[in-house]
Design a protein around this ligand. Structure first.
Ligand SMILES: [Zn+2]
Length: 254
């Protein structure tokens, strides 16, 4: 019986580790997004500078196109001016040429502003180049570490499943069935619990002395009246060392 209880505890540990690893593997996209977000935050100022630089460049191109349009308006007005034979045509052409010139002068001021803005952003980016290099190296290292971690978790999961199958195969059928029944019914899937200091460590229900004595003997399966888990007892020496593996694993999940 004692050996079977030990197998149940080992099975519980395997199941707990399977659940924990499955949860971690399911959370991979979320964990990856968190890393990306963290680096996005760190790179925020740099992104803003890059945006300012690119906007200035785009805006300058747009203004230059507008200058070309205004130049052709101006030239057309000047041609009209040369060929005008009537006073009102002449006046209109002069007004048009003036307007185009004024507009061009405004556009050129704006172009200079955009060039300045571009250069400012560019020089700030140059200053921060080492920081950017460090940041992308950090990010690369972090993702590499993350990939390794997820690969290890997948391997551990496969190993825990093999271990689980091995334990189930060696356990008497009845015990295995009992374990599965309890484990399926309990929300956290923890089917075995340590009895310590006269109480169940899973639900904290106190256990009567004679029940505690039976659990200590470990000759038959004792189930907690309150939470229906299989109870086991660890002598105080091993308790210090292993500190209730099933419960410790449970705490690690939470
Ligand atoms: Zn209990």
């Amino acid at each position: 019986m004692k050996a079977e209880l030990e197998q149940l505890i080992a099975l519980q540990n395997a199941d707990t580790s399977i659940r924990k690893l499955q949860a971690e593997i399911e959370a991979i996209p979320k964990r990856r997004a968190e890393i990306e977000k963290e680096f996005d935050q760190r790179a925020f100022e740099i992104r803003e500078l890059e945006k300012a630089r690119d906007d200035a460049r785009t805006e300058r191109v747009r203004l230059e196109t507008e200058v070309l349009e205004q130049r052709s308006n101006q030239e057309r007005a000047e041609r009209n001016l040369m060929s005008s034979t009537k006073q009102d045509e002449y006046t209109a052409a002069i007004r048009e040429a003036d307007a185009a010139r004024k507009h061009i002068s405004q556009l050129e001021t704006q172009i200079l502003e955009k060039m300045e803005a571009f250069e400012q952003a560019e020089s700030k980016l140059k200053e921060r180049e080492p920081e950017m290099t460090r940041l992308s190296a950090d990010m690369e290292a972090r993702f590499k570490e993350f990939e390794e971690q997820t690969r290890t978790q997948a391997e551990q999961l496969a190993a825990s499943r093999i271990e689980r199958e091995r334990l189930v195969a060696t356990l008497p059928k009845q015990m295995g069935a009992l374990y599965n029944r309890i484990s399926a019914r309990i929300r956290d899937g923890i089917a075995v619990a340590e009895a310590r200091n006269n109480s169940c460590t899973a639900c904290f229900m106190s256990l009567r002395p004679h029940l505690m004595a039976e659990i200590r003997r470990g000759e038959e399966v004792i189930i907690c009246d309150n939470c229906n888990r299989i109870l086991y007892y660890l002598p105080s020496g091993t308790m210090q060392k292993e500190a209730s593996p099933a419960i410790a694993a449970e705490n690690a999940v939470a």
